[in-house]
Write a protein that binds this ligand. Structure first.
Ligand code: NAD
Ligand code: MG
Length: 349
């Protein structure tokens, strides 16, 4: 549903709205992650500045900051919903505080309904950006939670559902985002399909094609449609994966797309920097998102998800947000063609 400036949500003060939205969305989250350090008020005020330390930057032991395996056994149908996950992932709903690093920017995030894309949408909105999200129609309930959070931050929110395996839809998606936001400065190419298949002998052409269409063709189509709208200072951020560097044996199609996304990022950065456009990627390790219990992982192995990382646990989407904010911010003006690893200690990229 497009943002209507006459919405009461848009005219309420952002702090009132944020409290109301978090009251609804954060109930399950608060039960899982209840901690004074994650409260919205943040940390101590820096003497002489009046500036309160953002909640997400309070010093903590990262090894125990979030749940460690085992996770409860669970599976759900693709594409998966946040509300059906136990524990519910943390996207920074109650912790992320912005400081104006993306003021006035206009961002399109694919897969912005859940997981990493949701954490990025929350952080971008709280940093001052207007945000459009794309997702599948089956994910409408997840998407509406994100839309409410973006509006609670006082920013414009656009919900654009549709299947990015269609080139025509990818073109419409960009056109609707540009029209609805009044331009485009940041593209986060984040949507993906991951389904584990242990043997090449069982990986059908249909499944292979599904993964390549979602992860590569759509990224190409959406980027191609977006570039003509970019002004100098715009940027693209691709969600790649550590699978580009150390692929798991059951992700033959997916890992190839992630390696290709790294090449896409490095090459396109060279093409676009003369136009003042930066292109970077983030390469996450194992992150607790709906992609995993909805076919991305072997359900028998899901309880130990993330246990083999040096940090000893899966990451939460909230732990990725800072990388996307940093790469999008003008503070990173000399960074292009880079891959930012956030993976709990695997020495990549
Ligand atoms: P997620 O399930 O929350 O997000 C993936 C999103 O992709 C979905 O929400 C869905 O909206 C979108 N999507 C899939 N197929 C689509 C289609 N045909 N049309 C439109 N949208 C479609 O999971 P996530 O883990 O947050 O995934 C986000 C990105 O992170 C992906 O690129 C994924 O490859 C990458 N990644 C995830 C992990 C992990 O462990 N979760 C690790 C490395 C990289
Ligand atoms: Mg989703």
């Amino acid at each position: 549903m497009p943002h209507d400036p006459s919405d009461t949500a848009a005219t309420e003060s952002s702090s009132t709205t944020r409290r109301r939205v978090l009251g609804k969305i954060g109930t399950g989250l608060a039960a899982t992650f209840a901690s004074p350090a994650l409260a919205l008020q943040g940390g101590a005020v820096t003497p002489g500045t009046g500036i309160r330390q953002p909640a997400q930057s309070i010093k903590r032991d990262p090894t125990t900051q979030y749940p460690r395996p085992p996770f409860p056994k669970q599976s759900q149908p693709w594409p998966g919903l946040t509300s059906h996950m136990t524990p519910r992932p943390d996207h920074g709903e109650t912790s992320y505080q912005g400081s104006g690093r993306l003021t006035g920017r206009k961002a399109l995030i694919t897969g912005g309904d859940s997981g990493i894309g949701r954490a990025v949408a929350i952080a971008y909105a709280r940093e001052g950006a207007d945000v459009a999200i794309n997702y599948l129609p089956a994910e409408e309930s997840d998407a509406q939670e994100v839309i409410a959070l973006i509006r609670a931050a006082g920013r414009k929110a656009l919900a654009i559902p549709g299947d990015i395996r269609s080139e025509a839809f990818c073109q419409q998606l960009v056109a609707r985002a540009v029209q609805g936001l009044g331009g485009l400065d940041i593209l986060v190419s984040n949507a993906a399909r991951q389904h584990q298949v242990p043997s090449i002998l069982d990986l059908t052409t249909e499944l292979f094609d599904w993964t390549l269409k979602t992860n590569l063709y759509a990224m190409f189509w959406i980027t191609k449609a977006a570039v003509p709208h970019f002004q100098p200072g715009a940027c693209i951020i691709v969600t790649a994966s550590e699978q580009a560097y150390d692929p798991s044996p059951n992700l033959l199609d997916y890992a190839q797309t992630k390696a290709a996304q790294v090449a896409f990022t490095k090459l396109l950065s060279k093409q676009l920097i003369p136009r003042g456009i930066r292109v970077n990627a983030v390469a996450p390790g194992p992150i607790w998102t709906p992609l995993q219990p909805s076919g991305g992982q072997d359900p028998a192995k899901l309880p130990q998800f993330g246990a083999d990382t040096p940090i000893g646990r899966a990451g939460q989407p909230a732990e990725l947000a800072a990388a996307y904010v940093t790469l999008a911010s003008q503070e990173s003006s000399y960074a292009t063609g880079q891959v930012y690893g956030v993976n709990g200690g695997h020495a990549q990229p």
